[in-house]
Ligand binder design. Structure first.
Ligand code: NAP
Length: 536
């Protein structure tokens, strides 16, 4: 049994910074990581085309001037290998590896009220007693394997994008099927189209994508950016989504200030797509709040797709039927152009779903498709998935998974859950997380939790717990923020509200008030002596 002040679950972006922050202030802390190496999301999502959709200058740690000066980004939005290399660089710089235990999955945690500590069990048999636990287990770390009958009977190779083999996969000459057209599918499809002999895309929901150019950063530009880091970080900190430079999120936010589509003439609308292509179709101030405006923008979006995709049936099938803005905006590089290739076929599952996998491929109501490889890009049990798969037993005997299943996903400030004392969760339901640049949001969490743990130690408190009524108020407040937007529309089904997981209670999972306002609220709570937390 290893005794710790704090156990950190996970050694991805959040876990690494949490480990560093707590070690710096003298806590006895270890990070436990289920995978064979650190990196979290960027360790396991090795699929072809994987890259970030926020500029690396902002999708990176801001806490160390030395690290941001020494690391060299080579592209505006980094690809997976570069981000993983960056995390390894940070871990080496800060000498974090000596306090990370890899190949070890936390499987159970029980709170011992007498000792005011968590008893933690792992799949290797190693046990820990930790006064506090910080779950940095990721918001998109549990892949969803769709419930397709006969999946095991497929005689070819089945691959999951977020568990891509480290040694890579050669798709040359293969007949490949991709299931899923979310952010992952949209990144993957153009790359696979160039490799495979034949690519069949199985699309259940068409995606809204924002075309984007990723370009190299040369030494002179990087030097300029580095010289301007104080300004870049200050702008980022003040920005609601934690990314002030161009990103899918900031584009969405900028749209709010644009003229409404409802009053735009036909000429205005056509000019928008003449000048800016599919981006011009969506860039209107009323699409977020007015479902009819949203429908009109989608119609225009369809016209813009039809200008790119040569086959009219394929172009029509690529037009989404859900409101724009209610799934995460997707940045794409050549997605629609891929469908002009002779080796790419789109199967619109709205015309007849997948019925079963068969040894030779996929059977749909529209017919059979012969495949050598099936790639599942089918998403994640987001936000609550990782902790629900650990038996985390709280003070009333229920597991956290059970609480979230029965009461709905929630937490006070998106940081702690009532009934689970001394357990901090980085990016729990109700945190800015999914609605922002995850890294900017995560740094705020790590710093707030670090300050809180320092305070508890200094003041001699052994236990902290969120009050149930404060949690209820927070959940109501976060729901009210999205109520006037298309996010609350019944046709909005995505991982943002749990609709992608059968049986998950539907609730918008992020805090949409922006990081600066969220930070202000969290700081206010701390300054007032941790309002609405019980301290003992
Ligand atoms: P996702 O957005 O949840 O997309 C999953 C896709 O799989 C959807 O198109 C979904 O269709 C489809 N699907 C699921 N089950 C299916 C089934 N049984 N049959 C047919 N289709 C099925 O997941 P994701 O693409 O992995 O993205 C998740 C999140 O990860 C993103 O929103 C983003 O936050 C992050 N991400 C970011 C990047 C980036 O930075 N560029 C890249 C990848 C991922 P329905 O929509 O109909 O359910």
């Amino acid at each position: 049994m290893t005794r710790l002040d704090v156990l950190v679950i996970g050694a991805g972006f959040s876990g690494l910074y949490m480990l560093h922050r707590l070690r710096e202030s003298g806590h006895r802390v270890l990070a436990v990581e289920a995978e064979s190496d650190l990196g979290g999301t960027w360790q396991v999502n090795r699929y072809p085309g994987a890259r970030c959709d926020i500029e690396s200058i902002e999708y990176s740690y801001s806490f160390s001037e030395q690290i941001q000066q020494d690391w060299v980004w080579t592209e505006t939005m980094a690809a997976q290998p570069e981000i993983l290399a960056y995390l390894n660089f940070v871990a080496d710089r800060l000498d974090l590896r000596r306090d990370i235990v890899c190949n070890t999955r936390v499987v159970e945690m029980r709170f011992d009220p007498g000792a005011a500590a968590w008893q933690v069990g792992t799949d290797t048999g190693q046990r820990f007693t930790a006064s506090f636990v910080v779950a940095a287990s990721g918001i998109l770390s549990v892949p969803l394997q769709p419930d397709i009958a006969g999946a095991d009977s497929f005689a070819g190779v089945s691959l999951q994008t977020s568990r891509w083999p480290a040694e890579g996969v050669d798709l040359t000459g293969k007949r490949v099927g991709v299931i899923g057209t979310g952010s992952t599918g949209v990144q993957l499809i153009p790359v696979v189209a160039r490799q495979a002999a034949q690519l069949t895309v199985f699309q259940r929901s068409a995606a809204f994508t924002l075309p984007w150019e990723v370009r190299p950063i040369d030494a002179a530009e990087l030097a300029e950016l580095k010289a301007d880091y104080p300004g870049i970080r200050a702008a980022q900190r003040a920005h609601p989504v934690g990314a002030a430079r161009l990103s899918a999120f900031s584009l969405l936010l900028d749209m709010l200030a644009k003229p409404p589509i409802a009053t735009a003439s036909r000429e205005d609308r056509l000019r928008a797509i003449d000048e800016r292509g599919i981006l011009g179709a969506l860039d209107w101030g009323d699409v977020f709040f007015d479902i009819e405006a949203n429908r009109q923008a989608t119609e225009l979006y369809g016209e813009a797709i039809a200008r790119i995709v040569a086959d009219p049936d394929t172009a029509a099938a690529l037009v989404p039927s859900h409101p724009f803005g209610c799934k995460r905006p997707i940045i794409d590089q050549g997605y629609y152009q891929s469908f002009n290739r002779a080796n790419v076929t789109l199967v619109d599952l709205r015309r007849g779903p997948i019925t079963t996998a068969i040894p030779t491929g996929i059977r749909t109501e529209q017919g059979d498709f012969e495949l050598d490889v099936i790639i599942y890009a089918t998403g994640f049990d987001a936000m609550t998935g990782a902790l629900s798969r650990i038996e985390v037993v709280g003070t009333d005997g229920r597991t956290l998974g059970q609480v979230w299943r029965e009461d709905g996903p929630g937490g006070y400030l998106g940081l702690m859950v009532a009934g689970f004392p001394n357990l901090f969760i980085i990016q729990a339901p109700g945190s800015p997380s999914a609605a922002t640049n995850f890294i900017a949001a995560m740094e705020q969490h790590v710093e707030w939790i670090g300050d809180c743990l320092d305070h508890l130690r200094a003041a001699g408190y052994r236990r902290i717990e969120a009050r149930a009524e404060a949690q209820r108020d927070w959940i109501e407040h976060t729901a009210a923020l999205v109520e006037p937007t298309v996010l609350a529309h019944p046709d909005c089904n995505s991982w943002y509200n749990g609709a992608n997981v059968p049986g998950k209670k539907r609730r918008y999972l992020a805090y949409a008030g922006g990081i600066p306002e969220y930070r202000r609220r969290c700081d206010e709570v701390a300054a007032a002596g941790y309002t609405a937390f019980d301290l003992e």
